[in-house]
Design a protein around this ligand. Sequence first.
Ligand code: AGP
Length: 612
Amino acid sequence: MCGIVAYIGPKEAYPILVKGLKRLEYRGYDSAGVAVLNGALHVYKKAGKVSELENYTIGKDVSATIGIGHTRWATHGVPNDINAHPHLSNSGNLAIIHNGIIENYDSIKQELIKRGYQFHSDTDTEVLVNLIEEVRKQENATLEDAVRIALNEVVGAYAIVVIDRNNPNQLVAARKGSPMVIGIGENEFFVASDASPIIEYTKQVVYLDDQEYTVINRDGSFYIKTLGNVIKSHAIQKLEMSLEMIEKGGFEHFMLKEIFEQPKVIADAVRGRMNAQDGWIKLGGINEYLNKFANAKRIIFSACGTSWHSAMIGEYLIEDLARIPVEVEYASEFRYRNPIINEDDVIIAISQSGETADTLAAIEMAKERKAMIYGICNVIGSSIARASHAGSYTHAGPEIGVASTKAFTAQITILTLMALQLAQARGTISSSKLREILVELENIPAKIERALKLDEQIKEIAAIYKDSSNFLYLGRGYNFPVALEGALKLKEISYIHAEGYPAAEMKHGPIALIDENMPVVFLATNASAYEKIISNIQEVKARKGKVIAVVNEGDKHVRSLADHVIEVPATEEVLSPLVTIIPLQLLSYHIAIMRGCNVDQPRNLAKSVTVE
Ligand code: AGP
């Protein structure tokens, strides 16, 4: 995701753009840039946060009353000055900002190169602005018509604003699949990814629908059309929310917003990477090294924290489905314990930030020992992504809350696709079973939506146990790493001591902890170990422990034993972590709020542990 902002009116544009970009930084902060038009078209752009851009423009000519700005979350091209937006057309006449992905950019780029266009960046956006320029030349078209014709040729998602050096009195903006809000002030207009850059200037807004564009003129006139060149009228709406709320998309905290983004995140993670009907999976990085993976003697995961829990699930998935031996290492241990690493080992680093120092150091060590490194990261162009020989991005969008939620489920989604692709390549899964799991994977976003509807019930349970001093989280099979993750979520945002354990392990000591003051969260959705988990619940109940059980919808047996039952939609066992983690994320969130904790920035923690 990126953030876009534009202004035309009587005020100085630059301060409005920069303040707006800072409010959009939660959408991405790899690089930032502005283009301002005051006779000349000045473009200033820098890798890093918006504050880097501000430092860079000190002393430069930024005085103008029309401009566009962008803060980037890289999709094509690493975060650097060249790939930062805005991008100029070859003539230097047009400047564009873009949030989204142009999927057919490469074919368009090749055609434009044949026509003599040159490209300076790796971005799809630079291709789009030159396509608009070429259309305008070929059709002798107005900017509006050139934008409309060009957008009818592209495939993908966009929210764009284009300005023309030769016409300082007009903005043209368009959207498809990426958000855009038009702010209508007193003889001034704003365009932005959401209302946060707009709300302090006006509460009058219009929302463009998909495949619509708007032409905004300095004289105060503006109109909206479809890409089919049909005029559309849109009611002017009044923003009710506070600025604070807007930045969180209407949620009280980034963590809650990110928990609720998960249905979309899973859908985004699989998009273009699988086809359930035809039974194919294409994880880019795996395709490139399929033989290396399929013939690997061993796969070693290296990660920290939540990403280490994802790796645990990855181990279960790959051994269960693809029958390749897997080991999971804490990166901080792996890097120092002088491990045996062979050339035919594949090392998979998992990291949301792509900057975790221990994980980065672990793969550098493994690279020295000639292992192949595969990275699963969320931040494009991050250090771990760049240090890997190949990899897959989770495309979960910026995760602002320190407690990782949507990145976790996105990582598991990638690992599921990886395990299935390797199983298919190694012939360890039947085509019918593969299709069955892929069809169910497509149903997961809807099942997460249903699990999210349990929020009120979970809040009630949180109120009962918010003052507990300890929690236990127990699970078996695929739900054991989920138990570990649930415990970590509670620990890191509510500061309650919590431990995750394999449910059967309780008899070997921890059951001594059970008494009437010990809440025990059981993940009891596994069909394969159901009777065993029932016995474990009975062992806890026999010692007066309080049982909160996560079960499949309709489960009656556990209901007769547990103190509280949270019913989630049943799914394939290999996919169950994607659903069973949801109530645990919500439980930790509500308990932390009730305890007055800072959910988004818990004490002692940082979003990315870039130090040892
Ligand atoms: C998880 O909620 C924590 N924020 C933390 O454990 C995190 O998962 C860990 O620091 C690893 O971060 P990474 O995925 O960015 O490497």
